[in-house]
Write a protein that binds this ligand. Structure first.
Ligand code: SAM
Length: 283
């Protein structure tokens, strides 16, 4: 058990999860917030990103890039919150957050009686998260189960051992995750999710829009989230998911942002292609 003094500090790919928390903390302070995440600030502070993070860069391109990433995090969070509410309303009682990071949905959303929520990530971010949750005396609003495993390994076995029932429907969330996995690992992840999904299962994915790695990732600062991006979405995400047995809808960030009252006047070029926000139902 880690306490505050010996808490492991964010590093490598999981440091991105603390950066995401910082964006959610900022959004939560807005009067017109699309969601409120009361734990986000504590995660950001524990990771050294609050109250001050590095200031916005002077360079206009770098500045726009940072704002674009923050914007995408806010919109995708709202999109997936709504997807989870629909899944609960349809009777799904198992939730699996793949690459859960500092996701605090177990604590901030209302869950129907009997909901079991699994958070899957590697051990270091889960330990860090546990120490912040203890410090905040946070109480989950559903049954919350953490599963420390690398998603390139045999995670379905670890998930089942932790109590997941593949015979009952599940809603799967892979938010801000797939872009960090090579394409063969993404294929394997999807195949495994599919074999663990009973009829009635649902899924919410965020994909790296085509061109985003060239446009944003290629010249990103070393160590920044964008510098670790390795995979983009397929040209036809709906067809790709149909091949895995899912009926999917895709949305662009800008289309969803407009629907949420946060329109942006000029979507970047890569946003004109099929969207990076995916909602799917098991066929
Ligand atoms: C950008 S963060 C997003 C976290 C969370 N889904 C959210 O939106 O708040 C990416 C997360 O994926 C996790 N991740 C990346 N590669 C992973 C792997 N191979 N196995 C398990 N987790 C992984 C990282 O540890 C990190 O927590």
């Amino acid at each position: 058990m880690t306490d505050e003094r010996e808490r492991v500090q964010p590093s490598g790919v999981w440091a991105t999860a603390v950066g995401v928390a910082r964006v959610r903390a900022l959004e939560s302070e807005r009067a017109d917030a699309l969601f409120r995440d009361p734990l986000a600030q504590a995660f950001a502070a524990a990771g050294g990103l609050w109250p001050s993070s590095s200031p916005l860069p002077d360079d206009e391109t770098a500045r726009r890039r940072r704002l674009a990433v923050s914007f995408s995090i806010v919109i995708r969070t709202k999109y997936l919150d709504d997807l989870l509410l629909r899944a609960s309303a349809s009777g799904v009682r198992q939730v699996v957050l793949l690459g859960a990071g500092m996701d605090s949905r177990a604590f901030r959303m209302d869950w129907p009686e009997g909901t079991r929520l699994f958070e899957v990530d590697t051990a270091a971010p889960l330990d860090f998260k546990a120490s912040v949750l203890r410090q905040e005396r946070a109480v989950a609003r559903c049954e919350r189960i953490t599963v420390a495993v690398d998603l390139r390994e045999d995670w379905p076995a670890a998930l089942t051992a932790a109590g997941h029932d593949p015979a009952a429907p599940t809603v799967w969330i892979a938010e801000g995750l797939l872009i960090y996995l090579p394409e063969d690992a993404v294929e394997l992840l999807l195949a495994r999710i599919s074999t663990q999904s009973a009829p009635g299962s649902r899924m919410g994915l965020t994909l790296g829009s085509r061109g985003v790695i060239e446009g944003i990732g290629a010249d990103a600062e070393p160590g920044s989230p964008a510098s670790m991006w390795v995979s983009e979405m397929p040209d036809d995400p709906v067809g790709w998911l149909a091949g895995h047995g899912w009926q999917a809808d895709s949305h662009t960030l800008h289309e969803r942002a407009a629907a949420y009252g946060r329109p942006v006047s000029t979507p970047p070029q890569h946003e004109k292609r099929p969207g990076g926000l995916i909602s799917a139902v098991r066929r």
